[in-house]
Design a protein around this ligand. Structure first.
Ligand code: PLP
Length: 439
């Protein structure tokens, strides 16, 4: 086995190495603590592998012999799960579809990677719309488009690059489609949690742009796609009323409403899906990250078209149909999260973190717009420089966090985080206040 001290050099000889300077100790990282195998330092992990690791490291239930046997078996063999089925797969699909997917969403599709989950949600919509209007009327689908939002991040695959518009480096130089992109009416909060910006005017602007797009692309918009909270774009939250308006537009203009819950889904918000906080049901949800296995689930509007992608063979597919190891791990996570009511835990811990951050902001005034739900917490600094300075300081104090949008810091808490760990995080944040100007 390669020594931890040789990891970066070994990798560097063969690939780009622009990640963390630490080497993760897979054996001894535990709960909310990520241990560096190089130094033995333990970091309080409020980045959770980019919001993808839900239950803390080496959760005791993952060390139980029965689970170890199942994941080892799945790991020794890799069936082409799209076409070759196993008891492990059936056990996972049944648990996900009956305990995680909300009632009324009968269709599922599995794939590896969040971008490919979104990609297949888009294909579902293109197929649905083309069959609705008649393939001849949209030139075999060539003229169909996706209405999406500024500051959206949906991944870096073929179709999704036409929608992602955060850091331009991520999509520059690659060919893209010029699909309609509209204003994202994000809420800004004061330190009592009330709405601080003119959200009515912002939503009106978005609605005007959406209506103009429906007029310009008459009969060609296959779907409206939105992250119910934009993660990478700045932890931008929307009002339920706005999401309800999108539902109306989708129904009125006969297109699908797609929610990208790759970053927000699977209990990250304190509910299984963030859209459930708003009570606005989409037609298709793309998921990934915390679910391990990625994919989509879809509701009854899909069945308005008889030969939809969930009925017609080979329209959406891949060799492995996801990854059986991920399915087995997700199956276990469902038991852990529901069994220990980790959604309630992260709801309470997130509220404590929000309250602590707001108190700090009130006292010191160095950041604003403290916002979030459950594991998804963020605040905004006055400049990109102070944000980056604070992120560096937090890492030096062994608190791992992420940038969000232009000037925000986001935390992505493990669902197992404790009240003590939240207090430790608050102390570390207080010790890392930027030296720059007040917001
Ligand atoms: C909202 C959202 N959609 C899609 C993706 C892409 O997921 P992946 O990186 O697994 O392809 C991400 C990744 O951060 C995301 O946050």
């Amino acid at each position: 086995m390669i020594d931890p001290s040789a990891v970066h050099d070994t990798l560097r000889r063969h690939q780009l190495v622009d990640g963390y300077p630490m080497v993760m100790d897979l054996e001894r990282s535990h709960g909310s603590w990520l241990r560096d195998a190089l130094t033995g330092t333990e970091y309080l992990d409020f980045f959770t592998c980019f919001a993808s690791w839900p239950v803390g490291y080496n959760h005791p239930a993952t060390l139980e012999p029965e689970f170890r046997a199942a994941i080892e078996l799945a790991g020794r063999n890799k069936p082409a799960s799209s076409d070759l089925y196993t008891t492990l797969m059936a056990d996972f699909v049944d648990a996900f579809a009956t305990r995680v997917t909300p009632p009324g969403f009968e269709h599922h599709f599995w794939v590896s990677g969040g971008a490919l989950a979104v990609e297949n949600a888009l294909k579902t919509a293109f197929d649905w719309k083309a069959r609705k209007v008649g393939a001849d009327r949209c030139h075999d689908g060539d003229e169909l488009v996706i209405l999406h939002f500024r500051q959206a991040f949906h991944g870096r695959s073929g179709y999704t690059m036409s929608l992602t518009n955060t850091d331009p480096r991520k999509v520059a130089l690659f060919p893209k489609f010029a699909w309609p992109r509209v204003h994202n009416p994000a809420i800004e909060l004061d330190l009592d949690g009330g709405i601080a910006n003119d959200i009515g005017a912002s939503e009106d602007r978005a609605c005007r742009e959406i209506e103009a797009a429906f007029a310009e692309y008459e009969g060609r918009i296959a779907a409206i796609l939105i992250e119910p909270m934009q993660g990478e774009g700045g932890d931008n939250h929307f009002r339920s009323e706005f999401l309800a308006k999108l539902r109306e537009y989708a129904d009125e203009h006969e297109c699908l409403l797609l929610f990208d819950e790759v970053q927000t889904g699977f209990f990250g918000s304190g509910k299984a899906w963030l859209w459930q906080h708003h009570g606005v049901a989409p037609d298709v949800v793309a998921f990934g990250k915390k679910t391990q296995i990625c994919g989509i689930y879809a509701g009854p509007r899909i069945d308005e078209v008889e030969d939809n992608v969930f009925r017609c063979s080979s329209r959406i597919n891949s060799t492995w149909g996801g990854n059986l190891v991920d399915m087995v791990r997700c199956r276990k996570f469902i038991d852990i999260i529901l069994g220990d009511d980790l959604a309630a835990n992260v709801t309470a811990r997130g509220a404590e973190l929000l309250a602590g951050l707001r108190a700090m902001a009130r006292e010191r005034g160095q950041f604003s717009n403290v916002r979030g739900l459950g594991s998804l917490i963020a605040f905004t600094l006055d400049s990109v420089e102070t944000r980056d300075e604070m992120l560096r300081a937090l890492a030096e104090r062994q608190l791992l966090a992420l940038p969000s949008g232009e000037r925000s810091i986001r935390f992505r808490l493990p669902l197992v985080v404790t009240a003590e760990e939240v207090q430790i995080a608050l102390e570390r944040v207080a010790a890392c206040m930027p030296t720059g100007a007040r917001t």
